[in-house]
Ligand binder design. Structure first.
Ligand code: PEP
Length: 245
């Protein structure tokens, strides 16, 4: 899978222009292609891309089902737009909006209950990597937010390993660092479920992945694609990354 994350970029008009470029040019991708857009773009973009190989994701959803939560958008609302995926647990949500592992588990639960496929993000900050604690951090994130689900439910979840020090910084993890962590994540899935579930789990790499380094990252056996921020905002760059998969 190659998934874009537009973050808080692009007006509705700019977003639909980018979606139109992808619609016209992404024809027979050899992987699942997803674009994560702001909430207000979802219905329009999902309608435009219906029946094409480009699938649509929200970048977040509420941790509550419905009701008096002004400004929030529920998983059911996201699904009603035609979006199929939902990015959950992005480090920017964890850092700036204080989303804890417990809150994120609830978001994953509601996404699954409403027919959305979560793209669940995990990853350590710079200080944790420097202290050699990256495995512990990632294990705790998985244990507290997603390993409570049944194997059937877990099969709907895509994991995205995004070392926080690599997001938007130009400091990409080396292919060896990515492979080492992805293999570790897959071993955890194996230990918590079984080998078949682990083999079938899609584990994306995210963090300054671009059209120049994507092929090298994706060549690793446990790197099943990428979650792409900045480079997903330009059609040619995003399409080059899709072709690198
Ligand atoms: C992201 O936000 O998920 C991301 C990976 O961003 P960037 O590619 O810009 O580092």
């Amino acid at each position: 899978m190659v998934a874009g994350n537009w973050k808080m970029n692009k007006t509705l008009q700019e977003g639909t222009a980018l979606a139109a470029e992808l619609k016209n040019n992404v024809k027979n991708p050899t992987c699942e292609v997803v674009i994560g857009t702001p909430f207000i773009h979802l219905a329009t973009v999902a309608e435009m891309l219906k029946g094409t190989p480009v699938h649509v994701a929200a970048e977040n959803c509420a941790d509550k089902e419905s009701g008096a939560f002004t400004g929030e958008v529920s998983a059911a609302m996201v699904r009603s737009t035609g979006a199929e995926y939902c990015i959950i647990g992005h480090s920017e949500r964890r850092q700036y909006y204080h989303e804890t592992n417990d809150i994120l588990r609830e978001k994953v639960r509601l996404a699954l209950a409403n027919g959305l496929k979560p793209i669940f993000c995990i990853g350590e900050v710079k200080e944790e990597r420097e202290a050699g604690r990256q495995n512990d951090v990632v294990r705790k994130q998985l244990e507290e937010s997603v390993f409570c689900f049944t194997a059937e439910e877990f099969a709907q979840i895509t994991l995205a390993y995004e070392p926080v020090w690599a997001i938007g910084t130009g400091l990409t993890a080396t292919p060896a660092q990515a492979q080492e962590m992805h293999a570790y994540i897959r071993s955890l899935v194996n230990a918590n479920y079984n080998a078949a579930v682990a083999d079938n789990t899609t584990i994306l790499y995210g963090g300054s992945c671009n059209e120049k380094n994507a092929a090298e990252l994706f060549a690793n056996p446990d790197v099943d694609g990428g979650l792409i921020g900045g480079a997903s905002l330009v059609a040619d760059k995003f399409m080059a990354i899709i072709n690198a998969r």
